[in-house]
Structure formats: structure tokens, C-alpha cells
Design a protein around this ligand. Structure first.
Ligand SMILES: Nc1ncnc2c1ncn2[C@@H]1O[C@H](COP(=O)(O)O)[C@@H](OP(=O)(O)O)[C@H]1O
Ligand SMILES: [Mg+2]
Length: 457
């Protein structure tokens, strides 16, 4: 059954005056904003070439009177993000001080605070784009450029916040899904323009940073994600929009960010803008009408938490304690192309699970599992698919810190130290400690039967 994500409310809003992504010579432009911001940061303005049409409501936010509020009166403004290192002298201290005060022995408290801030800002951009996609009906067309805008935009914002908030001495490495190759090609000028506008608009709206991205800065920030990761040092791991298909449908998606330290995931945050704050356990992935927008976080040895994306005190979460499979339910991909639904059905049957699968997109499944909305997560890609680390790093630590277990189909821990891919091709399973032994047994039996059926001799 199809999961619905509580976006009905946004669908009935009046249509925007223009699309975020269409260009139109006659449409109003945020030129005044661009000129003013560029002048104040001492950059060349590109406003004369800007033809993006913004919805009227968003244009209001770009009027010059807003700018002084967002651009504090520093004697100088930081370099644009196109420079190799983020400016350090104007880094906001608020976040650092808060995280230190709330650290309570968490050795990654500053990184955790930065990661939460990063995905929250990225989620804001993604929400604006998804709303526009749903209102304009673009999701039914072949043109997938709005998703591209959100994907890149999310990656840029995460990169910006992490660089701004990271300790000045730390080198920056990020393993992320996107690079700038496509955007540097001829014909990509318009989409680059749109990304530049949207990213800068999100930063201005937020007000935390006095930085302005030029187009070259945008390209360079995307390429911050080109790291190969590996077993030594620290690497951020980012999926800027996980669950792209769900994002386009108006369903679940996540911004997933983790930190690897010496090959181990030590921290993970998952922003799930369409996930209800109440349980989705009995709703087949849909919203119960509660407030939507959940932010999961976990640090190694410190447990897992959930809070509202709009800001609420974090609450500790733990996986379900159900130890009888008859009472269990399981999550799997909405997309049959991402996980073999016939195999997972046979595993569930062997285990004795009665409930139908809860099919939702993205690492939102890990978050929902971590807070006990369901008991099991099964993922069995079709033969030959290689899992990427950004599809599991954040989600897996949220589950393990909530008391769960995440392994491959043979019961091995996931190894995030091998570069951009996970070194496995068997499948990924997650559940609580009580159920894992019987789940592993059912998985191995079902896989054996499947391979016998495929080659009966
Ligand atoms: N053939 C395939 N088999 C398994 N996973 C796939 C796949 N093609 C894409 N994916 C991955 O599945 C992720 C979505 O997972 P889920 O099915 O749980 O929503 C995608 O993340 P993106 O949407 O970030 O590309 C992508 O990395
Ligand atoms: Mg993904």
C-alpha cells in the first residue's frame, strides 16, 4: 500500500505566482537583494544576468529592507565560500557555546550541534522546493531539474554550515552524493543560476551567516563532497536528499549526515521533513495528522534522540522491545527496484510476521525503527547493486544508539571504512537485539530457497 506523507495541507495552498525554476524575462527578479548583498560583501554582482522567477511570497523575503537585519555590521565580510577554507573570524559563536554547554561529556557535542544546524537549514530549502514541485505539478513531467536544484542546494548548505562551525584547526573532508561536473557543462547555466539564488535566499532567510555565494562558490562548495572517505581521519558523509523518488512524489525523504572517525560512524543526524512526530507504526507510513518534521540524532555511546525540525527539546528514543515476531511489523523500500519485495515477504512469513510491510522511502525508515514505530527493517537490493555509505551511515547509528542492531544478511556489522561504497552485496537488516537471531535465521533460509529456485540443478 502506498505511504502518504501528510502533504495534503500544502497541496491546497493557493498556487505560487511563479515557479522557482522557470525563467521568464518578464518576471520580477531579486535583483535588488542581489545587488545589495553583493555590494556589501564586496563581490561582483551577477544580478544583471539573473532571470529567475520566484513565487510572490518568497520575493517579499528578498526585499532590501530585510537585508540589514541579516547582514550584521561587521567591519568586513567573510570571503565567499568559493575560497578553499571557510572564514573563521566571523564564525557565529552562539552554536559553539550552546553545544559546549549541552555537551555533558559528549566528545562530539560541537560536531553534533553543527550537523543538526546543517541538516535543518538544508531541510528548509528542500521543503520549499518540494512544495513548489507539488504545486506546479512538475513531478509528473520528465523534467527532474527541481530535484537537482534541491539536491545540490542541500549539499551546499550542509557544506557551508559544517565549514563555518567546525573547529578552526580541523581539516574538512566530506563524502557526498553530488559533484559539480554536470553543472559545469554547457546548457547548465540556468540551473546553476537557480541553485545560486535559492541557496543565497535560504541563507538570508535564516540570518545566521553573512556570506554570499557566487556561482563559482556554489560549484566549489558542491565539490567539497568529493572525498573518498576511508579508514583514517574524519569524514562527513552526506546524502543531501535521500529518497529522491519519495521527494518527487511528495512522500518521505531525508537529509542524512554522519561523521566517520577512523573508519567508524560516531555521529548521525537525519532530518525527515515529512515524518510525523507521532508514530507511523499503524499507518503504513502515513501521517497521523500530528505535527510533521522530525530530526533524529545520535552520537556514539550517548544514545539516540528525536526532536521537531522546528525546534523542540530532544527526547531519548529506543527501538521496539517486541520479541515475538507475531506482533512485529517491518519497514522496507517503497520502490521495488531498490529492494526485493518477494524475498522480504518470504523472510517475514518464515519469521511469523503477520502485519503487512510498511513501505516508505529513504533513511526515514531507520528513524522510524529507532523510535519503535516498527520492529524490523529489511533491504535486499537486486543482484549487482553496490550500496553507498551515505545511504546508511546516519541511519545505522541512529538505530544502534537506540538499542538496535544493523547488519548485513550474514550478520556482519556494516563497514564504513572502505571508501564511498559498503563492501557488501547481500542486503541489510535491522531490528532489536532479541529478534536478531531468529531474523538472521529466517533471512538465510529465504536466501537459500531463492537461490535454489533460481538454479534448480
Ligand atoms: N537499484 C537500486 N537498488 C538499491 N538501492 C538503490 C537502487 N537505485 C538507487 N538506490 C538507492 O536507494 C536509495 C533510496 O532508498 P530507499 O529505497 O530506501 O528510499 C537511493 O538514494 P537516493 O534517493 O538518495 O538516490 C539510492 O541511493
Ligand atoms: Mg540516498
Amino acid at each position: 500500500m502506498r505511504a502518504s506523507a501528510g502533504w495534503a495541507g500544502s497541496r491546497v495552498l493557493p498556487p505560487p505566482a511563479g515557479s522557482l525554476y522557470n525563467t521568464s524575462a518578464s518576471a520580477p527578479t531579486p535583483a535588488a537583494h542581489t545587488h545589495m548583498a553583493a555590494a556589501r560583501v564586496g563581490l561582483a554582482s551577477h544580478a544583471s544576468t539573473c532571470t529567475i522567477a520566484l513565487p510572490r511570497s518568497r520575493l517579499l523575503l528578498l526585499r532590501p529592507p530585510y537585508l540589514p537585519r541579516h547582514l550584521p555590521t561587521f567591519p568586513n565580510y567573510p570571503r565567499p565560500a568559493s575560497s578553499s577554507a571557510a572564514p573563521t573570524s566571523y564564525r557565529p559563536r552562539r552554536l559553539r557555546a550552546m553545544s559546549q554547554a549541552a555537551g555533558n561529556g559528549n566528545p562530539y557535542a560541537a560536531e553534533l550541534a553543527a550537523a543538526k544546524k546543517a541538516v535543518t537549514l538544508a531541510a528548509r530549502l528542500c521543503q520549499a522546493v518540494q512544495k513548489d514541485i507539488l504545486q506546479s505539478g512538475v513531478q509528473s513531467k520528465a523534467d527532474k531539474s527541481p530535484v537537482t536544484v534541491a539536491d545540490y542546494g542541500s549539499q551546499i548548505l550542509v557544506s557551508l554550515v559544517l565549514k563555518m562551525e567546525a573547529p578552526a584547526s580541523a581539516s574538512f573532508s566530506m563524502v557526498a552524493e553530488e559533484d559539480s561536473e554536470e553543472l559545469r557543462k554547457e546548457g547548465a547555466e540556468e540551473i546553476l543560476e537557480n541553485i545560486t539564488e535559492l541557496v543565497n535566499e535560504t541563507i538570508v532567510d535564516d540570518g545566521s551567516y553573512s556570506i554570499y555565494f557566487s556561482k563559482e562558490g556554489i560549484l566549489s562548495a558542491i565539490d567539497d563532497g568529493k572525498s573518498e572517505g576511508g579508514p583514517s581521519g574524519r569524514h562527513w558523509v552526506l546524502d543531501p536528499i535521500d529518497g529522491t523518488k519519495g521527494f518527487l512524489r511528495g512522500d518521505q525523504y531525508a537529509i542524512a549526515l554522519a561523521l566517520l572517525d577512523e573508519g567508524k560512524v560516531v555521529l548521525g543526524v537525519l532530518a525527515c521533513p515529512n515524518l510525523s512526530l507521532g508514530s507511523i507504526g499503524n499507518l503504513n507510513g502515513g501521517s497521523s495528522g500530528d505535527q510533521v518534521g522530525a530530526l533524529f540524532s545520535a552520537t556514539i555511546g550517548c544514545g539516540a534522540e528525536v526532536e521537531s525540525l522546528q525546534g523542540s527539546p530532544p527526547e531519548k528514543i529506543s527501538v521496539s522491545s517486541i520479541d515475538n515476531p507475531v506482533n512485529a511489523s517491518f519497514f522496507e523500500s517503497y520502490e521495488g527496484a531498490h529492494s526485493m519485495h518477494d524475498l522480504t515477504g518470504s523472510i517475514a512469513e518464515k519469521l511469523g510476521v503477520q502485519a503487512p510491510p510498511v513501505r516508505i522511502d529513504s533513511q526515514t525508515k531507520y528513524g522510524a525503527l529507532a523510535r519503535g514505530d516498527g520492529t524490523i527493517y529489511l533491504r535486499f537490493p537486486h543482484k549487482g547493486y553496490r550500496e553507498k555509505i551515505w545511504d546508511h551511515a546516519a541511519g545505522s547509528i541512529v538505530v544502534t544508539e537506540a538499542g538496535g542492531v544493523v547488519t548485513d544478511a550474514s550478520g556482519n556489522d556494516l563497514d564504513f571504512s572502505k571508501g564511498r561504497f559498503l563492501d557488501l552485496d547481500t542486503g541489510i537488516i535491522a531490528t532489536n537485539k532479541q529478534l536478531m537471531p531468529s531474523l538472521l535465521k529466517a533471512v538465510q533460509e529465504a536466501i537459500k530457497e531463492q537461490s535454489q529456485a533460481a538454479s534448480p540443478l
